[in-house]
Design a protein around this ligand. Structure first.
Ligand code: M6R
Length: 606
C-alpha cells in the first residue's frame, strides 16, 4: 500500500529517496513520485508504474535538492496514472499522503469556491490547498494544526514548502509514520523498513501528532500544536532478511524459512528444562479470563479460525473469532472476562487496529500476536506475543501464518494447562511433539517436484475448490486465498461437509478440487465428500499424511503425502504444499509473485 519517505540533509537527497522507495516496493503500489526543493522551487517528478519507470522517465541524478519527499501510491481515489501519483503540489506546498480523506468532496467544493485549481482526481490534493490557504493567515505550526483538524479520515503526511526550504512536516492520524535520525540528516518514513538502511534510531508518531524535521533537529507537537517530547527507540538490525539471497522471489525464500520460524518460536516460548511453556509477564490472572475473541484479516483471520479448534480442544474457554472489518462496526457486547487477541503480521492493518482501538476504548484486555514488534498494534495492546519470524516481504503471507498459528497453539496449550483443562502428561507430550515440528516441515518442503508438475493443471482451468473439515477447513481457506492472490485463478475454500448445500453445483468435468484429508477424526467423512466430487467429474488432489493404510478411492487424480505427526500439528504440514502450489502456478504464468496485482503488503486503509 502507499509508502512515504522524506529526507532533510546537508547533501543531495534524490538518490537516497529512490533507494528508500525501492525498500517500500514490497507494500504493493501502482505509481511513484518525488518532490525536492532547490533554488526556491519545488521540483516534482512522478510516473505511473514502478520506481524503475520513474528512473527511466526522468534524469533523477540531476534532480537537485537537500530536502525532499517521495511516495509510492496504491490507488484509492482516482485511477493509477502519473497525474494522480503523489506528490501533489500547489505553487508553494507539496504533499505525500497515505490514507483516505473522507470529507474531501466537501473540502474540494469549498476550496474551489476560494479560487483553488485541482489537477487530479485524488482526495490528497485537498490537503495541499488547505495548507496553502491556512498559511495565508497563520504561521506554520498553527496552519498545520488547523489543517489537521479540518481533515476527516486517516492520514500519514509528508509536506515540504517552497518558502521554508530547511524543513519537512510529518503528521499522523490512523496511518503509521516514523521519524529517523542520521548524521547531518533526519528522515520521515511510513515504516521502519524504509528507514532501516539509513538508521536504527526511530521515533513513532502517535495519532494526532505532527513533527517538523530539519537536518539537525526534530520537534514534535500534539494535536493542539503544543511542543511535546518523544522517546527515541533503537531497532534491531536484521539486514540479511531484506535480501532474496539465491532465491528468485522473497516468497520462495520465506516458504523455505519456515522450519526456522518454528525453531525460533519454540526457542522463545518453550522452557526445555521444565518441559513447560514460558509466557513471561502475562498481565492477567488466569481466573479472570473465561472467554477469548480472536480478530484479524485475510491470512491472519485464517490463523484465528484455526486456533478456535485448538482453544476449544485444549481449554474450556468460550472462543469466538471475527474478521476485523466486521467487528469494528458491529454492536459488540464487551465483557470484562474476555481476552481480545489481535493477530497481524504487519501490526499496521487499519481494520485490525481499529478493532483494537475499540476494545481499548472499552477498557478490555487486549493482546497482540504480531510480527513487527514496533508496529501500532503491538504498541497499543496491553500485552504482545511476538511471532519472531523476521521481515516478511512477499505480499502473500507464508512464514508469518506458520508463526501466528504456532504462537496461538502454544497459548492454547498454556491456558489449557493453567486452567487444569489438560492433564500434565498430555501437556508435556504435546510440548515434546512440538519440538519435532521443524524437522517435519523440512521434510515436507522436499515435496517440491511433485507440486511443480501438479501446478500446471491448475493454470489451465477457470476455477478450483479447496475442501477440508475440522482443523483442515481453515487450511483449505488459506490454500484458496494463496492460489487466488498469486495466480489469479478463481479458488473457493469450503468445509467439505457444506458441499451438498450449494457448492456441489459448481463441480464439472475436469475441475481441480484439493481435498485436505489428514487421517484425523474427520478422515472418513472427508473421504466420503471427496468421492461425491469425484463422481461428478472433479480432478481431486488429495493431501493427506503418510500412513500404512491405503487410500480408499482409486479415482484420485494425484495424492500428496505430508509427514505423519499428532493431529494438532498436521495443519502446519498441510499448509506447505498449498503455499507451493500457489507459488508454482503463479511462476508458470509469469506473474509478479512478490507483488501481485491490486494488492498491498500492509493494508493501512480500510
Ligand atoms: O499484516 P496483517 O497480517 O494484518 O495482514 C492481513 C492481511 O492483509 C494479509 O494476511 C493478506 O490476507 C495476505 N496478503 C494474504 O497472503
Amino acid at each position: 500500500m502507499c509508502g512515504i519517505i522524506g529526507i532533510s540533509s546537508n547533501k543531495s537527497v534524490s538518490a537516497s529517496i529512490i533507494n528508500s522507495l525501492k525498500k517500500l516496493e514490497y507494500r504493493g503500489y501502482d505509481s511513484a513520485g518525488i518532490a525536492t526543493l532547490s533554488d526556491g522551487e519545488i521540483n516534482e517528478v512522478k510516473s505511473e508504474g514502478r520506481v524503475d519507470s520513474l528512473e527511466k522517465n526522468f534524469d533523477l541524478k540531476n534532480l537537485k535538492g537537500n530536502i525532499g519527499i517521495g511516495h509510492v501510491r496504491w490507488a484509492t481515489h482516482g485511477v493509477p496514472n502519473s497525474v494522480n501519483a503523489h506528490p501533489h503540489s500547489s505553487y508553494n506546498v507539496s504533499v505525500v499522503h497515505n490514507g483516505i480523506i473522507e470529507n474531501s468532496t466537501i473540502l474540494k467544493k469549498h476550496l474551489i469556491s476560494k479560487g483553488h485549481n485541482f489537477k487530479s482526481q485524488t482526495d490528497t490534493e485537498v490537503i495541499v490547498h488547505l495548507i496553502t490557504e491556512n498559511l495565508k493567515t497563520s504561521e506554520l505550526e498553527d496552519a498545520i494544526t488547523k489543517t489537521l483538524k479540518q481533515l476527516h479520515g486517516s492520514f500519514a503526511l509528508g509536506i515540504v514548502f517552497k518558502d521554508m526550504p530547511d524543513l519537512i512536516v510529518g503528521a499522523r492520524r490512523g496511518s503509521p509514520l516514523a521519524v529517523g535520525y542520521g548524521p547531518n540528516e533526519n528522515y520521515l518514513g511510513s515504516d521502519s523498513y524504509a528507514l532501516k538502511s539509513m538508521t536504527n534510531k526511530i521515533t513513532y508518531l502517535d495519532d494526532g501528532e505532527f513533527c517538523i524535521v530539519k537536518k539537525d533537529q526534530v520537534n514534535f507537537f500534539n494535536d493542539e500544536g503544543k511542543k511535546i517530547n518523544k522517546k527515541i527507540l533503537e531497532l534491531s538490525s536484521d539486514q540479511a532478511n531484506y535480501d532474496k539471497g539465491d532465491f528468485k522471489h522473497f516468497m520462495a525464500k520465506e516458504i523455505e524459512e519456515q522450519p526456522n520460524t518454528i525453531k525460533t518460536g519454540i526457542k522463545e516460548y518453550i522452557d526445555n528444562v521444565n518441559k513447560d511453556i514460558n509466557i513471561p509477564n502475562f498481565p492477567w490472572k488466569i481466573e479472570d479470563i473465561t472467554s477469548i475473541t480472536l480478530i484479524g484479516c485475510g491470512t491472519a483471520y485464517h490463523s484465528c479460525l484455526l486456533s478456535k479448534y485448538w482453544f476449544e480442544e485444549l481449554t474450556s474457554l468460550d472462543v469466538s473469532i471475527d474478521i476485523a472489518s466486521e467487528f469494528r462496526y458491529r454492536k459488540n457486547r464487551f465483557k470484562k472476562d474476555t481476552l481480545y487477541i489481535f493477530v497481524s503480521q504487519s501490526g499496521e492493518t487499519a481494520d485490525t487496529y481499529a478493532a483494537l482501538d475499540l476494545c481499548n476504548k472499552n477498557r478490555m484486555k487486549t493482546c497482540a500476536v504480531v510480527n513487527v514488534i514496533e508496529s501500532s498494534i503491538a504498541r497499543d495492546s496491553n500485552f504482545v506475543l511476538p511471532i519472531h519470524c523476521g521481515p516478511e516481504i512477499g505480499v502473500a503471507s507464508t512464514k508469518a501464518f506458520l508463526g501466528q498459528i504456532l504462537i496461538l497453539y502454544i497459548l492454547s496449550l498454556k491456558l489449557g494447562s493453567l486452567r487444569g483443562d489438560i492433564k500434565k502428561i498430555s501437556y508435556q507430550e504435546k510440548i515434546k511433539d512440538l519440538k519435532t515440528l521443524p524437522k517435519l516441515i523440512e521434510k515436507t518442503l522436499l515435496l517440491d517436484n511433485d507440486i511443480q508438475s501438479i501446478s500446471s493443471t491448475f493454470n489451465e482451468v477457470k476455477g478450483s475448490m479447496f475442501l477440508g473439515r475440522g482443523f483442515s477447513y481453515p487450511i483449505a481457506l488459506e490454500g484458496a486465498l494463496k492460489l487466488k492472490e498469486l495466480s489469479y485463478i478463481h479458488a473457493e475454500g469450503y468445509p467439505a461437509g457444506e458441499m451438498k448445500h450449494g457448492p456441489l453445483a459448481l463441480i464439472e468435468e475436469g475441475m481441480p478440487v484439493v481435498v485436505l484429508a489428514p487421517r484425523d477424526n474427520y478422515y472418513k467423512k472427508t473421504i466420503s465428500n471427496m468421492q461425491e466430487v469425484i463422481a461428478r467429474g472433479a480432478k481431486v488432489l488429495l493431501i493427506t499424511n503418510k500412513s500404512k493404510n491405503e487410500v480408499v478411492s482409486e479415482n484420485i487424480w494425484e495424492t500428496i503425502e505430508v509427514q505423519d505427526t499428532n493431529d494438532d500439528l498436521l495443519p502446519f504440514l498441510l499448509t506447505i504444499p498449498l503455499q507451493k502450489l500457489a507459488y508454482y502456478s503463479a511462476l508458470k504464468k509469469g506473474y509478479d509473485i512478490d507483488k501481485p496485482r491490486n494488492l498491498a503488503k500492509s493494508v493501512t486503509v480500510e
